[in-house]
Design a binder for this molecule. Sequence first.
Ligand SMILES: Nc1ccn([C@@H]2O[C@H](COP(=O)(O)OP(=O)(O)OP(=O)(O)O)[C@@H](O)[C@H]2O)c(=O)n1
Ligand SMILES: C[C@](O)(CO)[C@H](O)COP(=O)(O)O
Length: 233
Amino acid sequence: MAKRLWGLIAAAGSGQRLRAGTPKQYHHLAGRPILAWSLDALCQVPDIAGVMIVRAADDALFDRASLRRDDRVRDCPGGAERQDSIRAGLAALRDWGAAEGDGVLVHDAARPAVPATDITRLIEAVADDPDGGLLAAPVRDTLKRADAAGRVADTPSREGLWQAMTPQLFPLGRLQTALARDTRVTDESQAMEGLGARPRLVAGDPGNIKYTYPEDIHWLANAIERNRRRAPE
Ligand SMILES: Nc1ccn([C@@H]2O[C@H](COP(=O)(O)OP(=O)(O)OP(=O)(O)O)[C@@H](O)[C@H]2O)c(=O)n1
Ligand SMILES: C[C@](O)(CO)[C@H](O)COP(=O)(O)O
């Protein structure tokens, strides 16, 4: 069977930094839940075999959320940390029939404004690369490291520094092996790097931000509107 491409949406977080009652993946953006935008971003990928939404085990909002429901979308419970949720989602994809050599696009539910064109460029750049790759943006600003007193400790060089985004695209079996190691990682690329992989950085739209703090919703609304204007008629 030809290699297939799957999607995995990390949507099992609790949004602590947002300090809001409702988990941020269910906050509304341009009239729809944040999760609906992120789900549609993966479902619009041509020939995607299926998308696994990884939700909190006790998520009481998921069933009521107005999300795309069809035979290409399934869901499973996540775990305490993001990497536990990714592990759970990968196992659920294997149970669904995904093969070790298939590709998996891992995407944060909290990144609803990823342009479809960026996902296409990521797939074209790394679909056959065993080390995979990720959308990212070169660091634009001078960086400062803070000391305990909130003062500048030093100015690390920003030479060659990028901010990781999602989707990140990796061979499913290799990513499972990478995440089986007992090391704390904050993205799938870091797990793959632990195997010695050197994932490809694919420049993405800086508007593909992660909804982390309350003020981010305004930037995301602008990004959604910009994507809408750019979309082919
Ligand atoms: N145990 C977890 C933690 C996070 N995520 C998901 O990973 C993405 C990025 O994580 P983050 O922005 O940190 O979300 P939260 O963990 O919800 O936010 P916070 O760290 O502020 O609690 C989000 O879509 C979140 O739902 C997940 O699937 N499982
Ligand atoms: C995966 C990620 O969005 C890449 O920048 C980021 O690492 C998620 O981190 P978080 O602390 O779980 O938001």
